[in-house]
Design a protein around this ligand. Structure first.
Ligand code: ASP
Length: 339
């Protein structure tokens, strides 16, 4: 099929960039595909799937924290070009959201399938329902601790409670490793977000992106964030570049964060400048609260990349033929506990 993803192919060194401290898990699955001449689409979906399938990651796939009613729901999308994109959202009984998003792109005429319809499609694609509906005992325990300690009156006249911090901040504040995360005292006020976003270029120069998440922990049931929505959580254009976002989805959605970053690259900004400009737009558009965090990664068609966040604590993992490193991204605002 002749697509705009493939008509602009060019030769550059392969690269994959992915978000947060679980980036190395993603890149460990994605890089061998790129290194052996495989496609960037296969690579980013494999990387996303590796994080989804890791039950110790409590913000993506199986093991993700549930919504306020105790049900986990997954969102994901993939993109190569405006005519090559697909997503799923509000998937509650099936794992493999990234692979299913790709199936929506490859096997339907649509871009986004939601809820029951997405699950019926999953069944037709041969996916089997997850035995515990994506909920692990650890995620259930975290939800029960949250339920007994959160104060619904915090929400005021609007439903929904912001997670007080993201996963990275939680580990740092507790001086704990990811494997220590459930040792926190019951009742600790914890909520979370953090999405794995991957952007990659293969040996033919084709750009692909994939984003997958369980969304904000303890969200209002039915809530879908930026991650599965093309232009918000992810945007890819073979000429201008690719960008993906993570953090409080509501702040990303109001400015079409990933689309805006790609359009800024199209207008001549570097990937880093584009990420910083999107964050500036967010700062000027919202009353930023201490709990808020937004981070972006961006990749130009020639392999230049950038990453930036509102607050400290965001890192991403970059793998190229020269090696792999974890990059602490530049931030534009003070840490959450200072003003
Ligand atoms: N952006 C995701 C959401 O709002 C969460 C995250 O990336 O931390 O659902």
């Amino acid at each position: 099929m002749a697509t705009s993803a493939h008509t602009t192919a060019r030769r550059v060194a392969p690269i994959v960039i992915s978000t947060w401290s679980f980036g190395p898990v993603a890149n460990a699955a994605a890089w061998p595909i790129l290194a052996s001449g495989g496609s960037s689409l296969d690579a980013v979906v494999a990387g996303a799937t590796a994080v989804e399938d890791d039950p110790t990651v409590d913000s993506v796939g199986v093991g993700g924290f549930p919504d306020a009613s105790g049900h986990v729901s997954l969102d994901a999308c993939v993109m190569q070009a405006p005519d090559r994109c697909g997503g799923v959202c509000y998937l509650r009984h099936y794992a493999g959201a990234a692979r299913l998003a790709r199936a929506v792109m490859d096997k339907t005429i649509h871009v986004l399938l939601a809820g029951d319809g997405a699950e019926a499609f999953a069944q037709r694609q041969g996916f089997t329902p997850h035995p515990t509906h994506l909920l692990t005992p650890e995620a259930r325990a975290a939800w029960e601790a949250w339920r007994t300690t959160h104060d619904p009156s915090e929400a005021g006249q609007r439903e929904g409670v912001l997670p007080p911090m993201n996963v990275e901040e939680r580990y740092r504040d507790a001086r704990a490793t990811p494997s220590d995360k459930f040792r926190h005292a019951p009742g600790a006020r914890e909520g979370n977000h953090d999405t794995v976003c991957l952007l990659g270029i293969d040996h033919t120069g084709v750009l692909s992106g994939c984003v997958t998440t369980s969304g904000l922990g303890f969200k209002v049931p039915g809530r879908v964030g930026d991650s599965p929505i093309i232009g918000h959580g992810l945007y890819v254009d073979q000429t201008a570049g690719a960008a993906a976002a993570t953090g409080n989805g509501e702040l990303i959605m109001g400015v079409c964060g990933s689309f805006l970053a790609v359009e800024l690259m199209r207008a001549g900004r570097t990937p880093l400048e584009a990420c910083l400009a999107v964050l500036d737009r967010i700062i000027s558009s919202y009353a930023i609260m201490p709990q808020h965090q937004v981070a972006l990664i961006a990749l130009a068609p020639d392999g230049r990349w950038g990453a930036a966040s509102l607050k400290p604590g965001f890192s991403c993992c970059i793998t190229t033929p020269a090696g792999q490193h974890q990059h602490d991204a530049q931030h534009v605002m003070a840490p959450r506990f200072t003003s």
